[in-house]
Design a protein around this ligand. Structure first.
Ligand SMILES: Nc1ncnc2c1ncn2[C@@H]1O[C@H](COP(=O)(O)OP(=O)(O)O)[C@@H](O)[C@H]1O
Ligand SMILES: [Mg+2]
Length: 220
């Protein structure tokens, strides 16, 4: 099988022109709830890859063709603000979908919960001919939309990336994101940073940045 992409957790292999196998390298979280969320979102018109088959560690998914939003930022840096706005609109579209009872049971939850991705960053958006498609639903949950946008903000703002040009681009991406979504993430930023500290893939600089954000809550 040809390895076509790798994330921090999963490897993605081409099965043929239309399907990929996504496999967790170290077991990973259970795939069944992830597949269930994706199927529910597809039924609600949200752009996700189609799920064809699921085992404990693997999923057979529709093969998406196109660069990730992250690739596109590197190729066409002048588009970065527009890409940020697109990311914001992908949040808003997702947050129109009401959370289901089974999603709420899986997570802490309130009355008017929405479906959240909780890892919606530029590496998890593939820009295809049919428009942007969102992948990597292993963290999906149900909560207030501000929690989702806040997670994206801390992921982007805290990412350990090299070079001044990339850091400038990151500022523009975040500004685009804030303009593209109707949700204000501010009330959930500290919360999101606290939650993200549990991510086993964090680099030392990323963890240090997150700890700083969390400690700001204590000092007001
Ligand atoms: N259905 C798909 N078709 C084509 N490429 C995909 C598909 N799903 C994921 N990818 C690619 O694989 C990469 C890693 O997949 P992802 O689901 O994000 O795993 P991880 O949890 O490791 O980040 C993505 O950034 C994307 O480039
Ligand atoms: Mg990913």
């Amino acid at each position: 099988m040809e390895l076509i992409a790798q994330g921090r957790d999963a490897d993605v292999y081409a099965l043929d022109g239309a399907r990929v196998l996504r496999r967790y390298r170290d077991g990973g979280p259970p795939t069944e709830p992830e597949a269930r969320v994706m199927t529910y979102l597809a039924e609600n018109g949200y752009p996700v890859p189609r799920v064809y088959d699921v085992t404990d560690t693997d999923m057979v998914l529709e093969r998406l063709t196109g660069p990730t939003m992250l690739d596109e930022m590197a190729r066409r840096p002048w588009r970065v603000t527009a890409l940020g706005r697109l990311l914001g609109r992908l949040h808003d579209r997702l947050h129109e979908v009401p959370a289901t009872e089974w999603l709420c049971e899986r997570f802490t939850t309130g009355a008017d919960d929405r479906v959240l991705h909780l890892d919606l960053h530029p590496g998890n958006v593939v820009l295809t001919e049919r428009g942007p498609v969102v992948v990597d639903w292993s963290d999906a949950g149900a909560d207030d939309p501000a929690a989702d946008v806040a997670m994206t903000v801390v992921t982007i703002a805290g990412a350990d990336v090299p070079g001044l040009a990339v850091r400038l681009a990151r500022g523009l991406l975040l500004r685009g994101l804030r303009n593209g979504t109707r949700t204000d993430p501010t009330p959930r930023i500290q919360d999101a940073a606290h939650h993200k500290l549990n991510d086993p893939n964090l680099r030392p600089k990323e963890a240090a940045w997150l700890r700083q954000v969390v400690s700001r809550s204590g000092t007001g």
